[in-house]
Design a protein around this ligand. Structure first.
Ligand code: GLC
Length: 433
């Protein structure tokens, strides 16, 4: 009887311990970072590595070259025009709040000074400058936060266990050694979170390399996430695995699609209650590609940012710097246009919550306190019905404060704009009860 009782008590304890271990509770520092992150609404993604020299995008190594031949590009990597202050200024002027930089992409080349491998910007190139250090200092100076992209997969290191990509780079698949590779990653993450000041997020990518394994691959994420939080308690953990967020993650990422949409085929996952971020390109590829010159125009990019805000998501907009270290002129032009728009209208985007109804074909809404901003980006009629039972106290055009006529309908208030707006975004500011 007694021993049975003990057994029952022990198993009850085991159950409650299990539950405690499972229930990840973000620390107050994480919660604070989540708030700051969401308030920013706009970040810049940078995909830069020695792949820029081939001008074929960041996946080039996966499409033919042997890793040792590819690595020879490092010896010629001397981005003479790289100027971290100029980059930081362009990002700040564009109205971005943070920058996500590729510290190490799938090709395994580290764009920072690392003891864990010689295949890095300082030891393997004639440039010998720690690009990440210069960038982190420049961004901090401008008040921009730094996030770090970090590839979970590696097409170069023999110890990385083969996944479904990178089979032609000449790696010996029999040399896989997970313990060695995991240690390597954690050493690098420790360096990244120790030597470059506050890092607001680690942005993992590559989990999907093992999503077709017959035996589920164990990435040992909980321990890695715990390491991150132990080194910088406010650092957000993000993972571009295209799944509903895992335990221990602090934001949810979408690639090339707004939350809940799936035009690119990477985003079937449900939308969580975590802070959201959608990353997308200005042209087609992430890393610099010589033939990739078809850039979205400023209006398209602004509207995408606005729609993201209308869903409560950030836009992480990518640039692939040239091998000489300059940002492409077309990208700078888009940044300038977005900055102009945000200087005039940023109040309706930064620090806002999604408005009282889901985005519609004609546009979307954002809100803060008792203000609701109606963003008319794609109207076909001058009369816009708002599908929410809003009690409108006043309605004015955001641009010139002229009054906007409002009538009532069964679905909600109707705005009468007089004519179909042709603006990038015709904003109506409502004061609601
Ligand atoms: C993908 C690609 C990668 C890119 C990333 C950005 O996962 O593998 O090249 O860095 O998306 O979202």
């Amino acid at each position: 009887m007694n021993s049975l009782k003990t057994l029952a008590a022990l198993s009850a304890m085991a159950i409650s311990l299990g539950a405690a271990a499972e229930g990840y509770v973000p620390s107050p520092q994480v919660v604070e970072s989540q708030k700051e992150f969401s308030a920013d609404r706009f970040g810049i993604f940078i995909h830069w590595g020695i792949y820029s020299m081939f001008g074929q995008g960041e996946w080039y190594l996966n499409y033919g070259p042997k890793a040792d031949e590819y690595a020879k590009a490092a010896k010629g990597f001397y981005p003479i025009d790289f100027n971290a202050d100029e980059w930081a200024e362009a990002f700040k002027d564009a109205g971005a709040g943070y920058v996500t930089f590729t510290s190490r992409h799938h090709d395994g080349f580290s764009m920072f000074d690392t003891e864990a491998s010689d295949y890095n910007i300082v030891d393997a190139t004639p440039f010998r400058r720690d690009i990440l250090k210069e960038l982190s200092d420049a961004l901090r100076e401008k008040g921009l936060d730094l996030h770090l992209y970090y590839s979970h997969l590696d097409w170069t290191r023999p110890d990385y266990p083969w996944g479904r990509t990178g089979h032609t780079t000449g790696r010996d698949s029999t040399k896989a050694d997970w313990n060695s590779y995991y240690k390597f990653m954690n050493t690098q993450l420790t360096e990244l979170l120790t030597n470059y000041g506050p890092i607001r997020a680690i942005w993992f990518d590559g989990w999907w390399d093992h999503d077709e394994d017959s035996i589920p691959f164990n990435w040992h994420l909980p321990e890695q996430y715990a390491l991150i939080h132990s080194l910088q308690p406010g650092c957000l953990v993000a993972n571009n695995h295209h799944q509903t967020p895992f335990e221990g993650e602090d934001i949810q990422i979408f690639e090339r699609d707004l939350p809940g949409e799936n035009t690119a085929g990477l985003s079937g996952q449900s939308v969580s209650r975590l802070p959201l971020e959608t990353c997308n390109t200005m042209n087609g590829m992430w890393g610099y590609k010589v033939t990739d010159t078809d850039y979205k125009d400023v209006a398209t990019l602004v509207r995408y940012l606005v729609r993201a805000a209308g869903m409560g998501a950030n836009l992480l907009l990518n640039i692939g710097p040239q091998p000489n270290g300059e940002l492409p002129a077309a990208a700078l032009d888009r940044l300038k246009g977005m900055g102009e728009w945000l200087r005039a209208n940023g109040e309706t985007i930064y620090g806002t919550l999604p408005g009282p109804f889901a985005p519609q074909d004609w546009g979307c809404s954002t809100r803060k306190d008792n203000k609701v901003w109606i963003h008319v980006t794609n109207a076909t009629t001058p009369d816009i019905t708002l599908p929410a039972p809003l009690k409108v106290k006043s309605a004015v055009s955001y641009a010139d404060r002229s009054p906007v006529k409002v009538s009532k309908s069964a679905d909600g208030p109707v705005l009468h704009l007089g004519s179909v707006p042709s603006d990038i975004d015709y904003i109506v500011e409502l004061e609601v009860k």
